[in-house]
Design a protein around this ligand. Structure first.
Ligand code: SF4
Length: 86
């Protein structure tokens, strides 16, 4: 007779194995298309912040992209990841 914790069911073991395999194959989770921040996460705005703007940021990719923020980025925009070129 078995005492203590109940043995795991076959269904539990199968589910655990599948979710583990999924975690290895899809490390960023389902539906995640990029590792970039969203505009909301970056607190992106379409206006400059003082003299800081995307056009002078090292992460800007002309004409309207960014290496770390997803979506359309204006040369006159700004976000909290701003990095001034040397
Ligand atoms: S200011 Fe932000 S959104 Fe603009 S280019 Fe730099 S990192 Fe990208």
């Amino acid at each position: 007779m078995h005492m203590g914790r109940p043995l795991p069911t076959r269904r539990y073991l199968l589910r655990t194995a599948i979710s583990g395999a999924f975690a290895v194959l899809a490390p960023h989770g389902p539906g995640r298309a990029s590792d970039k921040m969203t505009r909301e996460q970056a607190q992106y705005q379409d206006q400059p912040k003082g003299i800081s703007m995307c056009a002078t940021c090292t992460l800007f990719e002309p004409p309207r992209s960014c290496k770390v923020v997803e979506g359309d980025v204006s040369p006159q925009g700004w976000c909290k990841a701003f990095a001034l070129a040397d």
